[in-house]
Design a binder for this molecule. Sequence first.
Ligand code: IPM
Ligand code: MG
Length: 368
Amino acid sequence: MANYDLLLLPGDGIGPEVMGEVEGVVDWLNGQTQNSFNVETALVGGAAIDADGVPVTDETMDKAMQADAIVLGAVGGPKWDGVAFDIRPEAGLLRLRKDLDLFANLRPAICYPALADASSLKRELVEGLDIMIVRELTGGTYFGEPKEITEQGEGHKRAVDTTVYTTPEIERIVRVACDLARKRGKKVHSAEKRNVMHTGVLWNEVADRIFKEEYSDLECHHILADNCAMQLIRNPKQFDVLVTDNLFGDMLSDEAAMMTGSLGMLPSASLGAEEAGTRKSLYEPVHGSAPDITGKGLANPIATIASFGMSLRYSFDMGDAADIVDTAIANVLESGLRTADIMQDGMKQVSTKDMGAAIRAEMGKLAA
Ligand code: IPM
Ligand code: MG
């Protein structure tokens, strides 16, 4: 019996709506399992800018450091388009990732059988799809210095982003990917641009050494990131675990998400290094704040509920409860309920709240 501290950061746009359904799942679990969750909620992104002038306060960062896990909704929206770059909503999320050293971002793209026809690819290409994208999350182009826009005179400016990777940064993310592959399909693809970028050359070299020295039991491949984008569309099921840098991972994971039917379906886990049996962790849906549908009850809560499900697996050693969450989602989809983003002919469209309630009801049946 354990008592865990869970920090919820609903954020902006549809974030609070989808997080409401996670709270429902947490309440349900508190009544069911031996473990209990203390839930605290704080602001991040535009909501924090409005209240405190910064996209995440030091106080919230302290809570994030102390929490056993964090679940985040979404950040950003047109309302904050005018704010200074350094304090834009996304900077709050990036600070959480960086300061908590959440270097390993796991983005599983699973195509539920019931949704195979909602994908923009043909059913036979995506049915049964189960890819794990492992995105490096605290280095590369997102954080490299210098990162600036300078005045050049005559009305011209010069913008610089720097892509930096070191050997240890590449080693640790490749190991995370390989360890996952060992528990899955035993296959890893490492995607980089070794034909153009120095970071790609180093990435390739380090990944290759780790593959050969430590994971000779796995089938390991190198793939150019652009070819990888093409292969994902051509034949996605050739992939099992895909490890890549921060920027390529951002793009490839959006691409993979759409194969599952909707961006509203994809959860993610961002994990820190394991120390003394624990690791910092933040769970968030891959989708954004979707300002166009905010407040209308149209948002799909599945990615966020599934993200909380990942926390049960990766942070709380509650694999059985995580299985219940995943199976409940699959069964509810099988029963024909759909939010607007995955609506198809002959199915029943339901609201965010109704989808959350249906998943909880199904969890109840599965646990009985
Ligand atoms: C993601 C998002 C973020 C990113 C944004 C919101 C900063 O697109 O998690 O993929 O670019 O990493
Ligand atoms: Mg993204």
